[in-house]
Write a protein that binds this ligand. Structure first.
Ligand code: UD1
Length: 417
């Protein structure tokens, strides 16, 4: 099993391009289920989660053609098997995103329930409740959600909490429903907007994406379209933290600060200088970072997917920070690993209190989920000596060519067996 060996102490400098957003690409790949015409996509990141989704769609009869490094054409004309098996769903919870489009186009779907995952129970009750409101008959049998509807009907849906993939699933289902669907308490994440833009290009009638009320007028069918995936704001934020912690000076290209306000604000509070260009961001780190407290919440507030990376930064910052996680109940698994590197962190319920220390020391640590792995890299970059990160398959789910990108910025990072 691959591990990542980091020799700490390098100062990150230089320029590197960011990839397309994993969390926008996953739902957009599923949008191909809604039409019999080809969907041409650009800026698709090469990640394990993307390959998993393509395998899942392929099993259902979607034709997949790769075009160059980051292009894909998905052909929905052969869709014939509206089933997502346990074997596929267990490796990636986002597989639930096929549910809405399948019921809408095929009148039926059988999708394995995602089990608990490392960062919490993560139920899908809101996805199911929304489809039921649209007239689907939903049963849960032998671990599978079985949903049926000859044609979904427009409905008013108010989700109990803000759910990103829940909003995306219901928005896709509503595109082919009979009449108007209104999703209240909708997620406002930029990835929801990117999906809506792709669906509109396919002929969907959607307004309000990016606000907490999305209106969808159902249409009979969607057609083919071309769409380029938005840049990955979490990848961007992760590299900014990596540069910040090493006292570096980097410029990230093919990205945008437009969706990163809360992260950029916190980096500036930590003492970093940030210059925002149209398609690039430059960060210059201070000699010593200041601690920054934060609280995760749905967009536009601070993203839970950046919590672990800021925790790593705070480990070596000047002062004491309180980090409050409000989205997932068990998202502090990186804490015990960071403490193995010498961090001083105390957990009290949903809060982690991080007292900055003068130095971290390399050790063998274990990646427990995608963003936890990123936090260990950040800590490893500043730790003295060698840090060996075990189980980096988590990392390959969400960071494209991470060793090459870090090496291009001057880090000493090596994949070892
Ligand atoms: C998405 C992102 C993930 C990010 C998360 C929160 C993708 C592929 N993944 O995950 O990277 O960390 O948003 O920004 O886009 N919940 C329920 N019932 C439901 C749905 C959700 O109780 O039916 C709860 C969850 O357990 C969690 C909260 O709602 O506590 C938010 O989860 P949600 O926004 O749905 O996360 P995902 O869409 O799975």
């Amino acid at each position: 099993m691959d591990k990542l060996l980091i020799r700490g102490g390098s100062v990150l400098k230089g320029e590197v391009a960011m990839s397309g957003a994993k969390n926008a690409a996953l739902p957009i790949l599923c949008a191909s289920l809604l039409s019999a015409d080809p969907l041409e996509l650009g800026n698709v990141p090469q990640l394990n989660d993307i390959s998993t989704m393509l395998r899942l769609l392929g099993d259902m009869g979607i034709g997949v053609r790769h075009e160059g490094d980051d292009g894909l054409t998905l052909d929905g004309s052969g869709l014939n098997n509206p089933v997502a098996s346990y074997e596929m769903v267990k490796t990636m919870r986002a597989s639930i995103l096929v549910l809405g489009p399948l019921v809408a186009r095929c009148g039926e779907a059988r999708v394995s329930l995602p089990g608990g995952c490392a960062i919490g129970a993560r139920p899908v009750d809101q996805h199911i409740k929304g489809l039921q409101a649209m007239g689907a008959e939903v049963t849960v049998e032998q671990g599978y959600v079985h949903a049926r509807a000859s044609r979904l009907k427009g409905a008013r849906i108010c989700t109990d909490m803000v759910t990103v993939t829940g909003t995306e699933n219901l928005m896709m289902a509503a595109c082919l429903a009979d009449g108007e669907t209104i999703i209240e308490n909708a997620a406002r994440e930029p990835e929801v907007v990117d999906l809506a833009n792709c669906l509109v290009a396919m002929g969907a009638r959607i307004s309000g994406a990016g606000t907490d009320i999305i209106r969808i007028q159902g249409v009979e069918k969607l057609h083919g379209a071309r769409h380029s995936i938005m840049p990955d704001r979490i990848e961007t934020g992760t590299y900014l933290c990596a540069a910040a912690v090493t006292g570096g000076d980097i410029r990230l290209t093919r990205t945008s600060a437009a969706y990163l306000d809360s992260v950029v604000d916190k980096l500036m509070d930590a003492g970093c200088e940030i210059v925002v260009e149209r398609d690039a961001i430059r960060l210059t780190a201070p000699a010593k970072l200041k601690s920054v407290s934060l609280r995760t919440a749905p967009y536009p507030a601070f993203p839970t997917d950046m919590q672990a990376q800021f925790m790593a930064m705070n480990c070596v910052a000047d002062g004491v920070a309180t980090i409050r996680e409000t989205i997932f109940e068990n998202r502090f698994m990186h804490v015990s690993e960071l403490m193995r590197l010498g961090a001083n962190i105390q957990i009290e319920g949903n809060n982690a209190i991080v007292r900055g220390v003068d130095r971290l020391e390399g050790a063998t640590v274990m990646a427990t989920d995608l963003r936890a792995s990123a936090s260990l890299i950040i800590a490893g970059l500043v730790a003295s000596g060698e840090t060996l990160i075990d189980r980096i398959y988590h990392l390959d789910r969400g960071y494209e060519r991470i060793e090459q990108k870090l090496a291009a910025l001057g880090a000493s990072v090596e994949r070892v067996r």
